[in-house]
Design a protein around this ligand. Structure first.
Ligand code: COA
Length: 375
């Protein structure tokens, strides 16, 4: 008999440092002023465009984001630098992604009543990996003392739900018994803090999820009724950084496309219908009416995007608490966002309550996980 996979624990690691919109805008505007002064001649000659200032009002109105947690704010807020300043770690100490994931993993293990040695599959699913190899997941496997095997996967903002699907399928099939899926997202490392169109978007965080056979859960659990993943190629969210960088004509030059780039308006317009349709067909195939869902835990990129999706899926204005947002505090944390929303807003679920996690983003990609509470 195949096992029924269930989520029995979740954990969130939140960095200590916070950047408010006010701090972010002050730093950006100081940077823009410096840039404009340094390039005054080209700007006057019309060969270069002056940098326009950012505004707190725009950020809140366009995105709903009020602040973000980051692993280092000093480098980001330094107008002469505008990206995090992280110390070089020796190969003998944990990498930053592994350290963040470990904190979240320990919380998830404690919630599930499990130890690291009980895990035999670790998936590190995130938008970026700190190094090419060895896989960060294998390092995390070693840090928690897990057995079995581990691997990294990257489906950008949808990495968490794709990771949960992979883990759930393996637990169901028996190729793994108990899985840890971690999503350490150091988005501050790939955000272009010098671009006012997107400098407010991302924050850092790590999330963790334990997936094991439902009949072995030590307490209440969320049965994974089913998962659905879909992808459709698009260049509207893209980052061209990669291992071939030094081989190209301008090598390691400071190029805009080496950081996160997006055509925000197009993303908004194309991804909202794709995600709404995806959720509705997933529910339809499961014979679940949208009104039977107690909660949607959506990807946390933009408040209006979530409002649109909620309205489309439910066919009405979502009631307070039906699709909780955490993006006002965390900003967009890539794949981790929907898991933070789930981890922080699922304690009130009672026997038989249904909810759906959905993440979406670059690729394009979208993943949904239908959950039913038991115990
Ligand atoms: N401060 C002040 N004004 C700004 C600004 C800032 N920081 N950034 C942009 N503006 C200006 C623009 O220059 C533009 O001016 P114009 O109308 O004179 O040309 C105007 O504000 C509107 O800019 P636009 O980029 O069209 O804003 P938007 O309403 O589309 O909101 C996003 C921008 C990114 C919040 C929105 O497009 C979005 O949420 N997109 C997709 C979701 C996402 O973030 N995905 C991330 C990966 S999953």
């Amino acid at each position: 008999m195949p096992h029924i996979p269930a989520i029995t624990g979740t954990g969130v690691f939140t960095p200590e440092q916070v950047i408010t919109n006010a701090e972010l805008v002050t730093a950006f505007n100081a940077y823009a002023e410096r840039y404009n002064a340094e390039h005054a001649d080209e700007i006057a000659a019309g060969t270069l465009e002056a940098k326009a200032p950012s505004s707190e009002e725009f950020i809140v109105k366009a995105s709903g984001i009020e602040q973000r947690y980051v692993v280092d704010k000093s480098g980001i807020l330094d107008p002469t630098r505008m990206y995090p300043a992280l110390r070089q770690r020796s190969d003998d100490e944990p990498s930053l992604m592994a350290e963040m994931a470990l904190d979240a993993a320990q919380k998830a293990l404690a919630m599930a009543g499990r130890k690291g040695e009980d895990i035999d599959l670790v998936i590190c699913a995130a938008s970026n990996m700190e190094r090419a190899y060895p896989a960060v997941a294998v390092e995390i496997q070693s840090l928690i003392g897990a057995g079995g095997f581990a691997f990294d996967m990257n489906v950008a903002c949808s990495s968490a739900t794709f990771g949960i699907q992979a883990a759930a399928d393996m637990v169901r099939a028996g190729s793994a018994h108990r899985a840890l899926v971690v999503n350490p997202e150091i988005c501050s490392g790939h955000l272009e803090w010098r671009d006012r169109d997107c400098h407010f978007i991302f924050g850092d965080v790590a999330t963790a999820t334990i997936i094991e056979p439902a009949d072995e859960a030590k307490g209440g659990y969320f049965e994974i009724r089913s998962t659905r993943c879909a992808t459709e190629f698009s260049n509207n969210i893209r980052n061209n950084n990669g291992f071939l960088r030094r081989s190209r004509p301008d090598g390691v030059a400071d190029r805009r496309d080496m950081q996160f780039m997006q055509n925000g308006r197009k993303v908004f317009k194309e991804v909202v219908p794709m995600v709404s349709q995806h959720i509705m067909s997933h529910l339809g195939e499961e014979h679940v009416e949208p009104d039977q869902l107690k909660r949607l835990w959506l990807h946390q990129a933009n408040k209006s995007m979530n409002d649109f999706i909620g309205r489309k899926v439910l066919g009405r204005e979502p009631a307070p608490g039906e699709q909780p947002n955490i993006l006002q505090d965390y900003a967009n944390t890539s794949s981790a966002g929907s898991i933070i929303a789930f981890a922080k807003n699922s304690e009130d679920f009672a026997e038989g309550d249904l909810g759906l996690i959905c993440s979406f983003g670059a690729g394009y990609s979208v993943g949904s996980v239908l959950l039913e509470r038991h115990g």
